[in-house]
Design a protein around this ligand. Structure first.
Ligand SMILES: [Zn+2]
Length: 213
């Protein structure tokens, strides 16, 4: 199959908001047309914008004038008043939880914003890894390289964005999800085992989707 290597520069200039430029390198081994590839890139860019909005919320929780115990009390009460952080990352009961989230979200934002996105569209006859990761997979090392399986193309634009945030989570120090996939499992984990949720890319993916526009 013919291998097309295309580089796209997508500039998103949105009024009243800092613009983010995503630099893509595309390997289209599946023979999709340009329009299909552009739509996937738009899902990636929208995922980045949602992640940036989530990071702003994290800053609003984190940036406190007070010090010592009072600082953490304020951070925890702000966290618990944010329905989405509460829902997807669990109730904050100790400083450690907020520290983990701040570190992970910050890393995800830096990775997604600061690195080129290599999108590999797998040829339908070479989808060995797609047996385990149905939609997309990545090897969390060095460059951001996201392999999109044939099934990925059937996802809605929002779910493509969600899948990208999930993969960026893997690229940002969260290699595992210990069987926590999809909405119900992520919600239950946040309620019952918040520390586990805080180390799970699926929980961050759902949180970020709350800030999707
Ligand atoms: Zn995964």
């Amino acid at each position: 199959m013919k291998v097309l290597q295309l580089t796209f520069f997508v500039f998103l200039l949105l009024p009243g908001r800092a613009s983010s430029q995503v630099d893509f390198i595309v390997k289209n081994k599946a023979g999709y047309d340009n329009q299909e590839i552009l739509e996937v890139q738009e899902s990636y860019s929208k995922a980045l914008h949602a992640l940036e909005r989530t990071w702003k919320q994290m800053n609003l929780i984190w940036d406190v004038e007070a010090s010592g115990k009072e600082k953490w009390d304020v951070r925890m009460s702000r966290w618990n008043e944010n329905e989405w952080f509460l829902m997807w990352l669990g109730r904050a009961e100790e400083p450690r939880q907020i520290r983990i989230a701040n570190k992970r979200l910050g890393k995800m934002k830096r990775v997604m914003k600061g690195k080129k996105a290599h999108l590999i569209f797998q040829s339908p006859d070479k989808t060995f890894n797609c047996k385990w990761s149905k939609h997309a997979w990545t090897i969390p090392k060095g460059k951001v390289v996201i392999h999109c399986c044939p099934q990925f193309m059937y996802l809605s634009p929002v779910h493509k964005s969600k899948a990208f945030v999930h993969e960026i989570g893997h690229e940002s120090g969260m290699p595992f999800h210990r069987k926590v996939y999809w909405r119900r499992a992520a919600l239950r984990t946040a309620q019952e085992r918040p520390i586990k949720a805080l180390k799970n890319p699926e929980n961050y993916a759902y949180l970020v989707m709350q800030y999707y526009e």
